[in-house]
Structures are given as C-alpha cells and as structure tokens.
Design a protein around this ligand. Structure first.
Ligand SMILES: *[C@@H]1O[C@H](CO)[C@@H](O)[C@H](O)[C@H]1NC(C)=O
Length: 283
C-alpha cells in the first residue's frame, strides 16, 4: 500500500518534470532547455560563492586559433596591431586611410518603432551563456567594431575582455527545429559569445557560451552584424543553409534576447515578444 502510494508520487513527479520541458504554465514553449541541464554540468551551481558558470567553462576550452586575432582582441591582450590586411575590395568604402578604424562602445537596446529604453547589453551573461540587458551603467559590456571591415557589409563585433569566445554572435536555439531563420517558421537563435564564423556562412559548429554552459553543441554565426556608422544602428543578418539572407529580427521573449525570421510565427509558439533595435554608442 505504502509502496503503491510512493510509486504514484514518483510517477507524478516525473510527469511534471517531462511536461515542464515541453510547455510552460502559460502554454508557450520554453526557449531554453530545462535548468537542470546546468546542474548536470560538472561545474558547481551554487549561487553567489562563485562567478557565473561560463567564466569557469571558458577557461578550460581554449579553441585552436584557426582565426587570427583581430586588432580589437590584440588591443585587449596588449599585443601590437596586425599589419594592414589586403582588403576584400581594393578601395574600402567610407574610411579614409590614416583614420583609426577601431571604435569601442556600448550596445543600447530600444524597442523598434517606439524607442522605449531597454538599457544596454550586460557584460555578464545569464547562466545559459546568453546576453541579457542592464540599466546599470557599471554593467554595460564594451564592444569593438572595425570600421574598415564594417564598411564592407556583415562583420564581427568583438566583446572586450572575452578571450575564448571573442565575438557577439547568434547561437541556434535549443527548441529551434532548423538552423535557418525564415518566414513561416518559429525558429530562433540566442545571442551569446562565440568564436568566429566565416563571412557569408551558414551556421558552423564552433565554440560558444551556450554550449559551454549546457554541453549542447549548437551552430553559430558571428559575422552577422551590419553597422550603420551614420545612425549607429547594428542590424543582424542571419545566413541560411542555402546562403539566402532572411529578414532577421531581434526579440526579447521570456526575458531572453533572440533572433527570429518571422515575428508572428515566433510569438505564436514562444509567447509575447518585444521587437528591438541595437544601437552602438561609441565611448
Ligand atoms: C533558399 O530557401 C528559400 C526558402 O527557405 C527560398 O525562397 C530561396 O529561393 C532559396 N534560395 C536558394 C538560392 O536556393
């Protein structure tokens, strides 16, 4: 009798766990994997005694340096700058020679259309290795943009002080059925810190802070940012597997920053979403 009762209780608990992995109380699918995936990592998960998980993980996963250090990273590391590179076109647009090509600043987050203030990107990632926002000036992350590269189209943006995963990039979402963002699909990517993907490339399996935190390998695109030096706007441009360039929107949903290719399909599955604009604020 007691045993039967116990079994019913255990079965009930298991059901609750399985069910919570699929839909939340509000009926929308969770964007992140269950939090217990973080506990199953071999790093301590106690609060407050240690810095966030991703700080520990990024230490033991130095990636082979397939990609040479950018000037932004070299400045951070105190190394001399790279020799000028033969550029992708003979005459880079808009950047006269002799003008410093590296600019540093914050990324300000506002609601698209209304301009409502959502603060800045935070230098501390959440426990899943994803960017979050902050209204605390002391918490703002500092980014570096190479203006000569940015003048030619999609570019990498370096995160100051991030050594193993040096760029802000997109990471294919846990519940995303495809690594493409497209019209009619609720697919999505997180915004985290990543190694470099090649220019104009679909997602590549390289190091990133979400995989560091969860142990789940995910495709990554870093070279997705289009910087408008006039307005300061930083617009993402995802690259799909057939190399097509889908409309790419930045959203805030379930408290997480994501990239989506279809606002309506995404919010139908994942719930109410605020659509955002990123603006670079030079310092
Ligand atoms: C890529 O896929 C999209 C649909 O997802 C399609 O509209 C487009 O024509 C394809 N492009 C190429 C180059 O195959």
């Amino acid at each position: 009798m007691m045993l039967a009762k116990l079994l019913i209780v255990v079965a009930g608990c298991l059901c609750a766990v399985v069910a919570s992995a699929v839909v939340q109380r509000d009926g929308f699918r969770p964007l992140n994997p269950p939090v217990n995936i973080l506990d199953s990592r071999d790093t301590p998960s106690y609060k407050s005694l240690n810095p966030p998980l991703n700080i520990l993980d990024s230490r033991d996963a130095p990636s082979p340096t397939l990609v040479r250090k950018t000037n932004a990273e070299r400045l951070i590391a105190g190394l001399p700058l790279n020799p000028p590179r033969r550029s992708r076109t003979a005459h880079p647009r808009g950047v006269p020679s002799g003008v410093p090509t590296l600019t540093q600043g914050y990324i300000k987050v506002t609601e698209a259309g209304t301009g409502k203030d959502y603060g800045f990107l935070n230098k501390d990632l959440n426990n899943f290795g994803e960017f979050q926002t902050t209204s605390d000036p002391g918490q703002r992350a500092i980014f570096s943009i190479n203006l000569a590269d940015a003048a030619q189209g999609q570019t990498n943006i370096a995160v100051n002080g991030a050594s193993a995963r040096p760029y802000i990039g997109g990471i294919v979402g846990f519940s995303s059925a495809l690594s493409d963002l497209k019209s009619g699909f609720a697919t999505y990517s997180y915004i985290g810190q990543t190694e470099a993907s090649p220019l104009n490339s679909p997602p590549v399996m390289v190091g990133n802070t979400f995989s560091d935190a969860t142990g789940l390998a995910k495709g990554v695109e870093s070279a997705i940012w289009v910087y408008d030096a006039g307005s300061g706007t930083i617009t993402p441009q995802w690259v799909n597997n057939n190399l097509s360039l889908p409309a790419t929107y930045i959203g805030l949903s379930q408290g997480l920053l994501i990239l989506s290719g279809d606002k309506y399909s995404f919010s139908t599955v994942f719930g109410p979403t605020t659509w955002l604009t990123f603006t670079f604020i030079p310092i």
